[in-house]
Write a protein that binds this ligand. Structure first.
Ligand code: OOB
Length: 520
């Protein structure tokens, strides 16, 4: 695929010879016994045989629409059986899902369709007041498939035909596109090959002890890497367990499902973990089936991690991962101290880690620096982004994560901060530059600088500092403006501050450090 950066031949040979990469493709992940429960979604309960047939029929339906190997399809679905079926069907025929989040709007989806030259878009019908079909009318794609009321489009249920033998994708093909959190103007597409993503999910399932008995509750968007493949939905399918989809992570949605389905594992971001710690003391549900709570996406405080076993009656695992690849997990047999105070250690023996200072020189062992990494499931380049890639990778192919870490003698990493211009709002990533670009389009805004403000619940919230022309826009007006531009709501600022001028660094850049300091 043009625009995709492959691993160099020597590493390809090594990852294959050492068994990290095999012949398996994403379409092969349904490995449970046919009669075992695979998926519980609302009132639907599908066995492995049911799900396999649904995926096969939908795959044949996509082929009949004219989609096939290498075609990109933007998929934007909530945690429904439709998401699971559409994903499995597309990867079976070698079509490449581009996984958007349900919160994305025209600004993000339009851009993703263009960048990926998508031939199709699969969405739900509505979410509250928002109508995905209306947005779909403005998209540059040939096929719109709707899981729900399809109006003039094709219903997902009608993407259906008798199963046929499809051309099998090559394990080295791009299997799925994930979205980067983004640090520059627009989000980037992360190409994940079949063989690297299969390794990602299988190795994760092993480290997390997933088995046929695992009942995995999905509360984060299933389209997010964490819930999809770390080990996530796909890791469960590969080990024969059961996936239970929840509409959200609120205790009202999640706790009754844990009780009813006897869920054993769940992956959450820190704000959800905090809600659960709180709610467990007064909720009446029986959570005793829970064995493991995975927490990641943003830093989880040691003090809170220590409360999980007592309050929720299960183990906690910290997960420091990224859609770009590298995953760090605390291990099930790690000491309490490591589980509480670190963000885990790399998943793979083949993960290479470097911690460097501002000049790119390795720091002394145990010192804080920027994390660089390379390995069998870490990208070598964003899709069609040569200029960005020149900055995001070292000449020898290490990805610059933008995360500040220190490494303990055990190999465990502690995340100490961030060197990238991004806000991590409870696990949702917001590119400061992208949001500033939208704010600058407002007629009253002369200049904009977006910074993260520490927040007990979310870790960080978003503050927009503005230099205004005359009348200062209210927060409400800004949010309406961003909504009208089709920006996802999680990117709206939580707070606005107007200033006369921005403080500058010695080289004349806006000093976000100085701006953030004004708030504390
Ligand atoms: C996960 O993936 P992304 O792509 O949404 O975000 C990656 C970034 C990391 O570079 C880091 O800045 C931050 O999110 N992050 C953490 C963290 N986990 C992720 N920062 C501190 N502590 C943690 N435990 O967020 C993601 C992907 C797969 C599994 C888990 C999380």
């Amino acid at each position: 695929m043009d625009g995709f950066t492959p691993w160099p031949p020597d590493l390809e040979a090594r990852y294959t010879a050492e068994g990290y990469w095999g012949d398996r493709v994403l379409g092969d992940v349904l490995r449970g016994a046919p009669e075992r429960p695979a998926l519980v979604a609302g009132d639907e309960r599908l066995t492995y045989a049911d799900l396999d047939l649904r995926a096969a029929r939908t795959a044949a339906g996509f082929l009949r629409l004219g989609l096939g190997r290498g075609d990109r399809v933007v998929v934007q679905l909530p945690n429904t059986a439709g998401f699971v079926v559409a994903f499995l069907a597309l990867v079976r025929i070698g079509a490449v899902p581009v996984l958007a989040l349900p919160a994305h709007r025209a600004s993000e989806i339009g851009y993703l369709c263009e960048l990926s030259e998508a031939r199709g878009y699969v969405c739900g019908d509505t979410d509250g007041d928002f109508d995905y079909r209306e947005m779909a009318r403005g998209l540059p794609v040939e096929h719109v498939v709707v899981d729900g009321e399809a109006q003039e489009f094709t219903a997902l249920s009608a993407v259906d035909a008798d199963p046929v033998e499809a051309e099998r994708p090559d394990p080295s093909d791009v299997g799925v596109f994930l979205l980067s959190g983004g640090t520059t103007g627009l989000p980037k597409l992360i190409p994940r090959t079949h063989r690297d993503y299969v390794y990602n999910l299988e190795a994760s399932a092993e480290v997390c002890g997933f088995t046929e008995e695992t009942v995995y509750l999905v509360v984060l968007p299933a389209a997010h890497n964490f819930a999809l493949a770390c080990p996530g939905v796909l890791g469960v399918f590969a080990t024969g367990g059961t996936v239970v989809l929840a509409p959200s992570g609120s205790p009202d949605d999640a706790f009754p499902l844990i009780e009813r389905e006897r869920a054993t594992v769940c992956a959450v971001v820190p704000p959800i973990a905090l809600l659960w710690l709180d709610a467990a003391s007064w909720s009446g549900e029986d959570l005793s089936s829970l064995e493991l709570l995975q927490v990641g996406g943003a830093k989880f405080a040691a003090e809170r991690a220590a409360e999980v076993p007592g309050d929720l009656g299960c183990r906690v695992q910290q997960v420091f991962g990224m859609a770009e690849g590298l995953l760090n997990y605390t291990r099930l047999d790690d000491s309490r101290d490591l589980v509480e105070h670190t963000q885990g250690r790399p998943l793979s023996p083949a993960d290479e880690i470097r911690v460097v200072d501002e000049d790119g020189e390795p720091v002394a062992p145990g010192e804080v620096g920027e994390l660089l990494t390379r390995g069998p499931y870490t990208l070598r380049g964003y899709y069609r982004a040569p200029e960005h890639n020149a900055r995001s990778f070292t000449p020898d192919g290490f990805y610059r994560t933008g995360d500040l870490v220190r490494v303990l003698p055990t190999g465990h990493l502690v995340v100490e901060g961030r060197a990238k211009d991004q806000i991590n709002r409870g696990g949702d990533k917001i590119s400061a530059e992208e949001l500033e670009g939208h704010l600058l389009a407002h007629p009253a805004v002369h200049d904009a600088a977006v910074v993260g403000v520490p927040d007990a619940m979310m870790g960080e919230r978003t503050c927009a500092f503005l230099v205004v022309r005359e009348k200062e826009p209210t927060l409400r007006e800004l949010k309406d403006f961003l909504r009208a531009r089709g920006v996802a709501a999680y990117k709206y600022p939580d707070r606005v501050e107007t200033v006369e001028t921005f403080p500058r660094t010695p080289v004349g850049k806006v000093s976000k450090k100085a701006l953030a300091a004004r708030l504390s």
